[in-house]
Ligand binder design. Sequence first.
Ligand code: NDP
Length: 353
Amino acid sequence: NKYIVIKHHIENAPKESHFELKTGTFALSVTPGSDDIIVKNLCISIDPYQINRMKSYSSSQNATNFTVPITPGEAVDALAIGKVVASGNAMFEKDDLVMGVFTWAEYSLVKEGSIIKKLESSEFPPLIISEFWNAYHFGPFFIAGFGGLTAYAGFFEVCKPQKGEKVFVSAASGSVGSLVGQYAKLMGCYVVGCAGNQKKVELVKEKLGFDDAFDYKEETDLNSTLKRYFPGGIDIYFDNVGGEMLEAAVANMKAFGRVAICGVISEYTDSGKRASPNMLDVVFKRITIRGFLAVDFMNVFEDFLAKTSDYLRTGKLKVIEDVSSGVDNIPSAFVGLFNGDNIGKKIINLAED
Ligand code: NDP
């Protein structure tokens, strides 16, 4: 069984050398009646927030208050989809498809508590199954379950958009950002995104239908950049990056604007980039700044799934996946998130054809 560990805690930007590929022997059998379940991982979600779990306790106190730290030398746990190979637990049997918190590994030994959901085909809209099942990407399960819910709940529930409002989205070609911008367009908003290179900018404008987009790495003064794209100000900023982009966005918000803090990826690897928006702006413009977690919004999951599957079926919404294969490629896939290598949802595919 091949699996990936962190060699030590990671305090700044992750490098491939911080990770190690290990091989262990793994009995593919369990004791009947035990709670042991062996899962063959088919698809692993690669997520930026994990870096906060890789820090040592002293440098990540705030993060670890909310998440369980990753221990060096142990397989990194992560959201994944797999197939049950053997189960001592009567709730699961061989060949069941399951989604849960498994590991960066070929096989994971888990308990019932790690399994979030048994994937019954009937529970998911047929289109979601058919369009992606054969590709073995399983992306929509992640997208439907997490990235998508994050985008949907963050935009509709946290930002409370109105038709015609001006919306700005950072990391616009990413898993969450690409969906936020499309939901905003479907709502009738004016949407501008920013991304880290020209190829992403083109994709966001041409394929995803944003009204405009720019490469933030080419800009020297983000404050005046945003003034150029939003001469009348921003109603909604959906923030995936934090740092100076958040500061510039706050400076350009309209009165009663809403800022949803979904994530602050630029700050995850560099605490020196911590945003300090002008709070006088926040007061006088009565701006709402609200952080949120997708898990807070399970109440809108059904609504999200119904609307999103309809948008997918009618071609109104496009899902972008960025798939690599093999356990060996997990470290580079993860590191790539922080270099902007991915376009869309980063997934590791371990399924056989
Ligand atoms: P993405 O698919 O957007 O991938 C990460 C992208 O972030 C990169 O491709 C890169 O795009 C951009 N990025 C990386 N480093 C920086 C930097 N220093 N400054 C600016 N941009 C950077 O990831 P996700 O969609 O999965 O996640 C987006 C954000 O949402 C993250 O902050 C994540 O932690 C958060 N999140 C929050 C959830 C919640 O429940 N609140 C749930 C899921 C995600 P580019 O080339 O454009 O720079």
